[in-house]
Design a protein around this ligand. Structure first.
Ligand SMILES: [Zn+2]
Length: 121
């Protein structure tokens, strides 16, 4: 049986850079005094993410349970696309659309992007 272990790691609160020891200056973003200490469990499966153990209570949610307030949304012309996006694209975010070959990903996205082209966002 795997023994539950935890170790201390340090994260830059500015850019998320991870280090085994505290540093005054982040080598990634160059900010000073941004490192914070975190205890990370190492008992779970190895190699997935260097930040395993930090996500405390991730669970699936129904679309109707997801709060969509807070972010600025860019509404898409397709109401169905808006529904799965939670009201539209989040400004400054990245959205990954996946699916079988030929299912219409490119068509759907091109139709929507063309119709919002030139709109002030
Ligand atoms: Zn940093």
């Amino acid at each position: 049986m795997a023994q539950a272990k935890s170790k201390t790691v340090y994260f830059c609160s500015n850019c998320g850079y991870e280090s085994a020891k505290w540093m005054g200056r982040c080598p990634s973003c160059g900010e000073w005094n941004t490192f914070v200490e975190e205890r990370v469990s190492t008992s779970k499966s190895r190699g997935s993410s260097s930040r395993r153990g930090l996500v405390k209570s991730a669970r699936p949610q129904r679309l109707s349970e997801i709060e969509i307030s807070g972010e600025q949304r860019i509404p898409m012309p397709s109401s169905e696309l808006n529904r799965v996006l939670g009201g539209g694209l989040v400004a400054g975010s990245l959205t990954l659309v996946g699916g079988e070959p030929g299912i219409g990903k490119s068509t759907l996205l091109l139709q929507n992007i063309v119709s919002i082209r030139g709109r002030k966002i």
